[in-house]
Design a protein around this ligand. Sequence first.
Ligand code: PMV
Length: 339
Amino acid sequence: MRSSSQRLVTTATAPGKTILFGEHAVVYGRPAIAVPVSGRRARVTVADLPAATGIRLVARDLGKRYAGAGGDADDDGRFLQAALALVLGELGVDSAVLDIEVTVESDIPIARGMGSGAAVSAALMRAVAAHLGVALERERLSALVFTTEKMLHGNPSGIDNTTVVYDQPVWFVHGERPEPLSVPGRLTLLIGDTGVPARTRESVAMVKGRHQETPEVLEGCFDAIGEIVYQAREALSSGALEKLGPLMDQNHALLAAIGVSSPELELLVRAARDAGALGAKLSGGGMGGCMIALVDDRQREAVREALQSSGATQVIPTHVSGEVGGSGLQAGQGCYDAR
Ligand code: PMV
């Protein structure tokens, strides 16, 4: 039995993500491949509070606190309140009966195309559900996170929520069941941050405008990107990993052609290639945000240095492998913590 000095504490996490192939074209029905960035995670802890305290939401990195249900909040607070309301609604739990503190932390860069919002939302929903004794099945969780994604991004394809919830490489086609992809061996990516916020909403709107003006040109680019994504899948499944770098370069050229690159992204992509990267491309919505470079162990350090000296505000190394990431629930979940 729990003593009065013990309180139930539940923790859940979700990773950041990066898109390997297929961004933008995925909005128009082509496939995309995205992978989790396992070393960067959102972490949410739910702890019981004394009776009649109500719900507290704490955004630790932002130094902000909010009332759990309704009440005054800025955009960040409204986002957390919405995620909480959605998961409680899904579980049929009345927020008025809960006395909990929900603490959110994350080391995923915000607004860099790394899925920070989706990861926070997924970790929060997973932690709250687990605290109430329910393990949310991943398709259900992904659908809930998609609802909060729409708050942030307007009309997203769903690739972010899928990748962070599945926590493993995914083959994604809008409207179809996502397929976990197995990656033989291990790929090393360096993620270079331009330091400029990604403007996904804007870039998606810009591409939509161009698609309305010259549909045949844009459809041609999307077809070519789709073909690259199929080839990448083939290279991954057959272990022909040396084919991936050139495919990344081609994918980047097509993204630049549809207008979503930026001078900062071009600088980093070129620096990575000149330093020996196997391939490099922008990743995510573009017009800022991050690029990714595929490296092997021999050039890894040179590419990292080249990215830094070309203005990357941070370089995040990540390994991609086919291992299943698991539920993101931490070992201590559901334990009685006597603090
Ligand atoms: O900027 P991100 O990583 O959220 O990626 C956006 C990817 C797009 O294909 C441009 C849009 C989408 O919703 O898929």
